[in-house]
Design a protein around this ligand. Structure first.
Ligand SMILES: Cc1ncc(COP(=O)(O)O)c(C=O)c1O
Length: 450
C-alpha cells in the first residue's frame, strides 16, 4: 500500500493546515525515541510538534515545508535573521583555513577587540562556547577574587545549566522565603543550596538587606539587567551597583540576551550602569556556539595560566573549542552588520509595532493579559497587573501561554516559550500578518476559556 504524500490534520478556523510528510513524521518519532528531550517543542497539540527543515531571514520551515514567521529565532541568536549573507560568507571562507586550533587566532583577537570597543565594562575578554560557560566562569572568577564561595542571584533569573546557576528560576519547584535557594533540577549537590542566596528582582531594599547581612560570605552577585522580559525599575540597577561596589563584591551582568540586542553596548550602555564582569552570547553568535566573558582587567587576569607557576590564585578557564576561529569570525561578521546605521532602529521599530499590536489585540479580546519587555524581546502574561519580577509573573496562567503559542503556530507564527525575539529581518508584511494572528488567537483563546 502506498503511503499518502501528506498526513492531513483538521484545519482550525482561519488557521493554516499543518501537513506532515511521512518523512517528517518519522524524524519526529525517531527524535522522541533517541533524545530524552524529544523534538524540544513545548506544545499541547501533538500535531504541532515539528522538526526544523530550513530557515531564511525571518521565516522558518519545518521538514514538511510548513512556513512560520519566526519569533523564536533559535532562542535569540538570529538578530539579523536566519542565514544572513554575512554569516554565510564567514562560514564559507573561514573554515577553509581550519576549524579549531586551541591556541589563539586572528578571528578571536578581532572579536576580542570588538568586544572591548563596544562593551563598557570590557577591559579583557575570554571566548567560550555557550552563555552557560560564560556565566560559569564569571562566577568562578568572582569567587576567587573575593575569596568567598556564595553567590547571590535573583529569583526567576536564568543563567544557564550549571549547578550554581540553576537555582530558584522556576516556580514549579517552589518559592521559599528569601534568600533561600531551591534547585531547579534534581542531581544538583544539596551542599550548593546553601551556597546560593536568592533576592527579589526589582526590590532594591530587600536586595540591599540580604547583601548587607551576608556580604562577608558573598563572592559575587549575578543579574540579568532585563530579567527575562522585566525591565529594571528606575534606580534598581544603580542601587545594586552601588551596594556591591561598597563591599567590593564583583557585579556580573548576564547579558547573554541583552548584549548586542539592546544596542552595541548592551543593557549596561542603555542603563548607564557598568558591571565588573559580563557574559555575552546569543545575538553576536550568528547561530554558532559562542559565549563571551569580559570585564575588569584585574578580575579577568585571574585566568592567566602564568599565575599557576607563580603560586597565585588562578582560574582554570579553557576548553578544546574555546576561542574557536569559526565562531569568532562569524561573530565579527555579525557585529559589522550591527554597526551599520539603522539596524537597531529597525529592530526597535518592528518590536514596538508588534508590542503595540499585541496590546491592541489584548484590549479587543475579553482576556486579562499584559505585555512586558523591551521592543527587541517581550512577552505576554495572563495577569491582572503588570508583572515586574518572578513572583508577580508566577500569577500568570502558564497554560494559557502555551495554548496561545499553539494557536499562533496554527496561524503561522512561531514564538519561544516566554519570549518574542525580534530581528532586523522581520518585514512589514510579517508584522501585519503577526498582528492579525494575535487578534485571531486571542479571540479564539477567549472563546475557549469563557
Ligand atoms: C540570560 C541567559 N543567560 C545564560 C543563558 C545560557 O546560554 P546558553 O544557552 O548559550 O548556554 C541563557 C540562555 O537562554 C540566557 O537567556
Amino acid at each position: 500500500m502506498t503511503e499518502p504524500a501528506h498526513e492531513e490534520h483538521p484545519p482550525v478556523e482561519e488557521g493554516m493546515v499543518i501537513r506532515r510528510t511521512p518523512e517528517e513524521q518519522r524524524l519526529i518519532e525517531d527524535a522522541e525515541r533517541i533524545f530524552p528531550t524529544g523534538t524540544r517543542c513545548l506544545t499541547f497539540d501533538g500535531d504541532l510538534n515539528f522538526c526544523a527543515g530550513r530557515a531564511k531571514g525571518s521565516h522558518i520551515w519545518d521538514a514538511s515545508g510548513n512556513e512560520y514567521i519566526d519569533y523564536m529565532l533559535g532562542s535569540g541568536p538570529h538578530i539579523l535573521g536566519h542565514a544572513h549573507p554575512a554569516v554565510l560568507h564567514a562560514l564559507e571562507t573561514i573554515p577553509k583555513n581550519g576549524t579549531s586550533f586551541l591556541v589563539i587566532n586572528e578571528n578571536a583577537v578581532a572579536l576580542g577587540k570588538k568586544i572591548i570597543e563596544h562593551v563598557p565594562c570590557a577591559e579583557m575578554v575570554s571566548l567560550h562556547n555557550s552563555g552557560s560557560e560564560a556565566t560559569f566562569f564569571a562566577l568562578r572568577l568572582a569567587r576567587i577574587y573575593r575569596k568567598r564561595d556564595k553567590i547571590l542571584k535573583f529569583e526567576g533569573a536564568y543563567h544557564g545549566m550549571h549547578d550554581y546557576a540553576l537555582m530558584s528560576n522556576q516556580w514549579t519547584m517552589g518559592m521559599p522565603p528569601f534568600p533561600k535557594a531551591i534547585p531547579n533540577s534534581y542531581g544538583i549537590p544539596s551542599v550548593l543550596n546553601d551556597q546560593v542566596l536568592i533576592a527579589p528582582f526589582n526590590d532594591l531594599q530587600a536586595t540591599a538587606e540580604i547583601i548587607a547581612k551576608h556580604h562577608d560570605e558573598i563572592g559575587g552577585v549575578i543579574i540579568e539587567p532585563v530579567q527575562r522580559t522585566f525591565p529594571p525599575k528606575p534606580g534598581f540597577l544603580e542601587g545594586v551597583r552601588e551596594i556591591t561596589a561598597n563591599y567590593d563584591i564583583p557585579l556580573i551582568f548576564d547579558e547573554v540576551v541583552t548584549g548586542f540586542r539592546m544596542g552595541l553596548g548592551g543593557a549596561q550602555e542603555v542603563y548607564g550602569v557598568t558591571p565588573d564582569l559580563c557574559a555575552l552570547g546569543k545575538a553576536i553568535s550568528g547561530g554558532m556556539p559562542l559565549g563571551v566573558l569580559c570585564g575588569r582587567e584585574d578580575i579577568m587576569a585571574i585566568a592567566n595560566p602564568r599565575r599557576r607557576l607563580q603560586m597565585l590564585p588562578y582560574s582554570m578557564q579553557t576548553g578544546t573549542f574555546s576561542s574557536n576561529p569559526v565562531s569568532a569570525g562569524v561573530a565579527c561578521a555579525v557585529i559589522s552588520e550591527l554597526e551599520k546605521p539603522g539596524v537597531y532602529e529597525r529592530i526597535e521599530e518592528v518590536g514596538a509595532r508588534l508590542m503595540a499590536g499585541l496590546r491592541d489585540a489584548i484590549a479587543t479580546s475579553s482576556i486579562e493579559a499584559t505585555v512586558t519587555g523591551i521592543p527587541s524581546v517581550f512577552e505576554i502574561w495572563f495577569t491582572e497587573g503588570e508583572p515586574f519580577d518572578h513572583r508577580s509573573a508566577k500569577l500568570s496562567d502558564f497554560y494559557k501561554n502555551i495554548r496561545l503559542s499553539d494557536l499562533l503556530l496554527r496561524q503561522g507564527v512561531l514564538k519561544a516559550a516566554e519570549k518574542f525575539f525580534i530581528s532586523a529581518a522581520h518585514t512589514d508584511a510579517d508584522i501585519e500578518k503577526s498582528i492579525a494572528a494575535f487578534h485571531f488567537a486571542l479571540a479564539q483563546l477567549a472563546k475557549e476559556i469563557s
